[in-house]
Write a protein that binds this ligand. Structure first.
Ligand code: KIV
Ligand code: ZN
Length: 386
């Protein structure tokens, strides 16, 4: 089995479906360019049949963005699949992604279809999609709430019809890491033709488990992860690209896997998406939040000044951040203060340090954000600026 995990980015499709994240054609193209230089393997550019704007976005990205495979989503019906095929016409590398719900809830209440009808539609859809491209992905929507034997039956039929990737989405973010592992393991050991396709995972974050569930799928043998930048997506979002990629990289000793992502491009790409959508990344968000590489307590700051690995498991530069930040505040100690004084270019005698440190602590009790100007004022024995 390959040790490369395919990164399938759906920021422009599932991500864009989240409230407040709609993008114009120009914005989608800008993001698609950034995703290509980030090194994603597949860009899901949109749902071609959803609207003329979506069609144009897929067609324009397919024409102009080189490198990744460009993918378009389609329901299992002729119109959607033909629109996807038409929109992808000019792509250098193209994929059609067809999906149908398989869980009893969706079959009975949404589709009003029997199991047999679902299988027939899935097979017909994959067969039609194959007439546009050899690269066809099939998804069992709500797979994790589907009867296991039926899930295996649909997956087997889709592969027999020509699907080259079979995606097992946790559409409503309901599963747990152990359950996800068991499901992928079950498919790997039960579906006779499973080796003819790549197993993919697509996890939503309703219980905050999207990344953990994706990693569990990978441990069980999935070799494609569907994800979005900043974790944007329906409801609580999708598996966050930056988190799953950095987990695979940082814990290479555990997973023994790799991705083709140029990780130094993560922060610039994340910031571009925030600027385009206006959705703010929480300060404490893993990898990309403002606090992800910030240290405020004296003990941690002392540790960081002694050796960066004491309190950081990855280097800020590896995700495109300039450096760690030692935030001066009421929890800081002498080491961080002296370091900041030196950084500002002062050569302070040690007897002054005691006085500056006492003034600094008094100021930090009154003021939340200590600036460089505050430190300069303290060095010169002046009262604070705040
Ligand atoms: O969450 C989901 O099931 C989807 C499918 C279309 C893959 O987004
Ligand atoms: Zn989804």
């Amino acid at each position: 089995m390959s040790n490369n995990v395919i990164i399938f980015d759906t920021t422009l499709r599932d991500g864009e479906q989240s409230p407040g994240c709609a993008m114009s054609l120009a914005q989608k193209k800008r993001m698609a360019k950034a995703l290509a230089s980030l090194g994603v393997d597949v860009i899901e550019a949109g749902f071609a049949a959803a609207s003329p704007d979506d069609f144009n976005a897929v067609a324009s990205i397919a024409r102009d963005i080189k490198g990744p495979t460009i993918c378009a989503l389609a329901r299992c019906n002729d119109h959607d699949i033909r629109e996807a095929g038409r929109a992808l016409q000019e792509a250098e590398k193209k994929r059609i992604h067809v999906f149908i719900a398989t869980s009893p809830l969706h079959r009975e209440h949404k589709l009003k279809m029997t199991k047999e009808q679902v299988v027939t539609k899935a097979v017909a859809a994959v067969t039609l999609a194959k007439s546009f491209t050899a690269d066809v992905e099939f998804s069992c929507e709500d797979a994790l709430r589907t009867e296991k034997d039926f899930l295996a039956q649909v997956v087997e039929a889709a592969i027999a019809a020509g699907a080259t990737t079979v995606n097992i989405p946790d559409t409503v973010g309901y599963t747990t890491p152990t359950e996800m592992f068991d499901t992928i393991h079950f498919l790997k050991t039960t579906v006779p033709n499973i080796k003819q396709a790549i197993i993919s995972t697509h996890c939503h974050n309703d219980l905050g488990l999207a990344v953990a569930n994706s990693l569990a799928a990978v441990e069980a043998g999935a070799r494609q992860v569907e994800c979005t930048l900043n974790g944007i997506g329906e409801r609580a979002g999708n598996c966050a690209l930056e988190e799953v990629v950095m987990a695979i990289k940082t814990r290479a000793n555990h997973y023994g896997l790799d991705t083709g992502i140029r990780t130094e491009q993560i922060l610039p790409s994340s910031r571009l998406l925030s600027a385009i959508t206006g959705s703010v990344v929480p300060r404490n968000k893993a990898i990309i939040g403002d606090n992800a590489f910030a240290h405020a307590s004296g003990i941690h700051q002392h540790g960081m000044l002694s050796h960066p690995e004491t309190y950081e498991i990855m280097r800020p530069k590896s995700i495109g951040r300039i450096d760690t930040s030692l935030v001066l505040g009421k929890h800081s100690g002498r080491h961080a203060l002296v370091d900041k004084i030196k950084e500002l270019g002062f050569d302070t005698a040690s007897e002054d340090i005691e006085r500056i440190f006492a003034d600094f602590k008094a100021l930090a009790d009154r003021k939340k954000h200590i600036t460089d100007a505050d430190i300069e004022a303290l060095v010169f024995g002046q009262s604070s600026t705040g």
